[in-house]
Design a protein around this ligand. Sequence first.
Ligand code: NAD
Ligand code: ZN
Length: 253
Amino acid sequence: MAVSVSHKLKSLLVPSTRVVVFTGAGVSAESGVPTFRGKDGLWKEFNVQDLATPEAFARNPARVWEWYQWRMEIVSQAQPNDAHRVIAWMESFFSEFTLITQNVDGLHDRAGNRRICKLHGDLWDVRCLLCGKTERVTGLPPQPLPPVCGCGGMLRPGVVWFGEMLPELEFSKAEKAAMQCQLFFSVGTSMEVFPAARLPNLAREKGAYIVEINPEPTSLAGKADEVLIGKAGEILPLIQDSTTAFRTKRGNS
Ligand code: NAD
Ligand code: ZN
């Protein structure tokens, strides 16, 4: 059955100014970047304890780096998809727009978003364990693995691993945006990783209209005002079309 955007949501899109989009790995699925959980999720094949914890890195940094290098290779060959493009358009359309992402792949930046709350860091930032400096890399990490900083310290991926704290400033910005927004879209996230998954509930408690976009409804579905079942790259263009069509109908274009 074709998915349609409700009249209620259409009527909220144009007058709303404070809009939040909260994304997870599903937004990049149509770019060919594998998700973590779900049908073809990475954790079916790999063990999180061996790859995405500080303990794993201390035990075997080269192995952890190999996994991140593999993901960097996939992402560097991927292109932003229609979902990323609509989210970039939203940043220019809504005057107080906030993108909150759990993704570390950099595809939102490449699609044109400039103000992004990155809750789980960034694959392309590497950090020195000795001097603490963060460096932006464009290609693959220098070989051999693990790569080493100019100061001689070991470099680590600039992502947040299981058991680590989220960046405080980014998370407080995200909480503030969630609490103040009128419309909150949760797109392509399984809602299983906390504290990030608290954000839609926070927005809901403060009265925002909550929309979930996912081919498989999550624990949020029962609480959301609207659940649009389908791929982000197919549903988000409908939201963009609804917004522009509604604006034209009202004659404020
Ligand atoms: P996830 O893999 O848990 O969930 C992906 C979701 O996307 C699923 O609900 C799936 O149904 C949905 N999806 C699949 N295809 C889609 C499409 N085309 N359009 C829309 N939705 C689609 O990813 P998550 O929710 O982002 O996980 C939370 C975060 O946990 C991750 O983003 C990541 O930052 C973090 N994490 C990190 C590591 C690591 O290695 N550092 C490992 C696991 C999780
Ligand atoms: Zn250093």
